[in-house]
Design a protein around this ligand. Structure first.
Ligand SMILES: Cc1cc2nc3c(=O)[nH]c(=O)nc-3n(C[C@H](O)[C@H](O)[C@H](O)COP(=O)(O)OP(=O)(O)OC[C@H]3O[C@@H](n4cnc5c(N)ncnc54)[C@H](O)[C@@H]3O)c2cc1C
Length: 515
């Protein structure tokens, strides 16, 4: 009940956030009225659009609505559910599960705060039903948003028959400009028995909490899902190929993640999968070093994502793809075909995230239909802040210490770090047998002015801390700028503006002091 009530309370706020994306001006409202026929488009006749967007996910929806807001005649083609990966099988349902896991952690610690809860039960099927209902409601909001923005919604599978000609079933559509925003799909390795495993898509279809799970992968989705399953009650083996997960991230942060996940009971196994077999519903894994691991109810691959370009017939449009299958674009989102653009996961920018897809899509539309000068609409994929919703969460931005040393040299790099206990986990409030989680933050600074070029954090609530600091970092903040802000007490974020040594911005430096 507690779980259900909190989730219901959270849902409207999240939905509100998603519904707000876009921004419509008076011109677009006029345009919306003019195209109020949106749902009743005569599919057999097709039509001509100024902007034809393939893919109704994060990037496609944002770009389409922005173009319509500038007055363009726009259509979106989507073959599955509106909202794409993020809404249906990504960020949104994942965050619901993350919150369910966090709630379980709080319930376990509740007696430390004087609550006598007695026995309590978690019902996976109840949460799944609510989560599915929430996602369905978001799908409806997305469809309404399209209609309200004056964007035509075409349901079906798009395929190129020319650079600016696309068919959906028997109907052909033409356009002045086409955007490809078809995203990606979970990769599955070609090992014998791979069909016995699921991916993150299948995770969201699970009707019950699996008893014993093997999660295979080292990326953010692997650590997120492994942590959620463990907290909700599964026995979890996380099988990683290298020495540590999230290998491109700051090592001090990921090492702490591994240590805390182990404290939660996730079993890390280093190895590479060779095959999977199934007998009587239980799965057995064979690793390349000939180890076998058995008794799994569920095996889940989280080994990366593959761009979904196979059915598009990109050749007919003259759109080039790279070796990885990603569409090749320049820094202005232009493909090799004139008038055909691509944004989002399908281009493999290295920051395959919803907000990067949205930002790239909007910048493109502002340039194509809003008259914003080209140089102001170039998507910056550097210094993208990001959160891993593991337990505990990670929040990172910019260069790691290692990258900064490589780029600037040891003489120019200064590292500031802090490790502390969030007050929630102070010794007095821990329950018997509970380990004491820590929070850690590292500031990577360069030059004599100590400009902050990296911020890496792990611990309770860091997922909600980074966004504010990312504004300052993007504006070029220095360590002294951090220190110039008066702390908010008692919070975790104050630790970032109080890391010793305090660097006041005096014009005339006083004699050095020791405290
Ligand atoms: C488990 C998981 C968790 C994630 N968590 C986060 C997170 O916490 N934060 C974050 O920022 N990102 C997260 N992501 C990543 C995020 O979901 C993607 O980066 C984002 O959705 C990419 O947007 P997109 O527009 O490029 O593609 P998508 O959102 O995937 O949209 C592409 C759309 O195109 C449609 N399509 C494909 N081919 C065709 C065709 N031929 N015709 C018509 N339609 C077609 C698809 O059906 C899909 O709806 C997560 C992803 C996963 C899988």
């Amino acid at each position: 009940m507690l779980l259900a009530r909190v989730l219901l309370a959270a849902a409207p706020a999240l939905a509100y956030g998603w519904a707000l994306g876009g921004g419509i001006n008076a011109r677009s409202l006029q345009s919306a009225r003019g195209v109020a026929r949106s749902a009743s488009l005569d599919m057999a006749e097709g039509g001509h659009f100024e902007y034809l967007v393939i893919g109704g996910g994060s990037g496609g929806m944002a770009s389409a609505r922005r173009a319509a807001a500038h007055g363009a005649k726009v259509a979106v083609i989507e073959r599955e559910r509106l909202g794409g990966t993020c809404v249906n099988v990504g960020c949104v349902p994942k965050k619901v599960m993350f919150m369910a896991g966090s709630m379980m952690q709080m319930l376990h610690q509740a007696s430390g705060y004087g609550y006598q809860l007695g026995e309590f039960e978690f019902k996976w099927e109840d949460l799944k039903a609510k989560r599915d209902a929430y996602v369905k409601r978001l799908n409806g909001i997305y469809e309404n948003n399209l209609g309200n923005s004056g964007v035509e919604y075409i349901s079906g599978d798009a395929k190129f028959t020319g650079a600016k000609e696309v068919t959906v079933g028997d109907t052909t559509y033409t356009a002045d400009t086409v955007l490809i925003a078809v995203g990606g799909t979970p990769s599955v390795p070609s090992v014998p028995g791979a069909e016995h495993a699921i991916t993150s898509d299948g995770f969201f279809e699970l009707e019950e909490l699996p008893g014993k799970v093997a999660v295979i992968g080292s990326g953010y989705i692997a650590v997120e899902l492994a942590g959620i399953l463990k907290l909700l009650g599964s026995e979890v083996d996380l099988i990683i190929r290298g020495e540590r997960p999230l290998k491109t991230m700051e090592s001090s942060v990921t090492e702490m993640l591994v240590s805390e996940m182990k404290e939660e009971g996730v079993n890390f196994v280093q190895g590479e999968i060779a095959s999977i077999s199934e007998d009587g519903g239980k799965k057995t894994l064979s690793l390349k070093d000939e180890t076998t691991m058995e008794g799994y109810d569920t095996v889940l691959f989280a080994i990366g994502r593959t761009p979904v370009t196979g059915s598009l017939d990109l050749g007919a449009a003259g759109v080039d793809v790279g070796k990885s299958g990603h569409i090749v674009v320049d820094d202005r989102s232009r493909t090799s075909a004139d008038g055909v653009y691509a944004v989002g996961d399908v281009i493999g920018s290295g920051a395959d995230l919803t907000p990067t897809a949205i930002a790239a899509g909007r910048l493109l539309s502002d340039r194509l239909f809003g008259g914003v000068p080209e140089e102001q609409t170039i998507m910056d994929y550097n210094m993208v802040p990001t959160v891993v919703f593991s337990h505990p969460p990670l929040a990172v931005m910019g260069l790691t210490e290692e990258q900064a040393l490589d780029k600037y040299g040891a003489d120019d790099v200064t590292i500031h770090k802090t490790t502390f206990v969030n007050m929630q986990y102070s010794r007095e409030f821990l329950v018997e047998g509970m380990f004491q989680p820590k929070t850690f933050a590292k500031l990577v600074c360069v030059g004599p002015e100590q400009k902050v070029v990296g911020l890496h954090m792990i611990g309770l609530a860091v997922d909600e801390i980074l966004q504010g600091f990312s504004v300052a970092i993007k504006m070029g903040a220095t360590k002294a700028d951090f220190d110039s802000v008066v702390a908010i007490h008692p919070t975790s974020s104050e630790e970032l503006v109080t890391i010793a040594p305090w660097q006041a911005k005096y014009k005339l430096a006083p004699e050095p002091v020791t405290a």
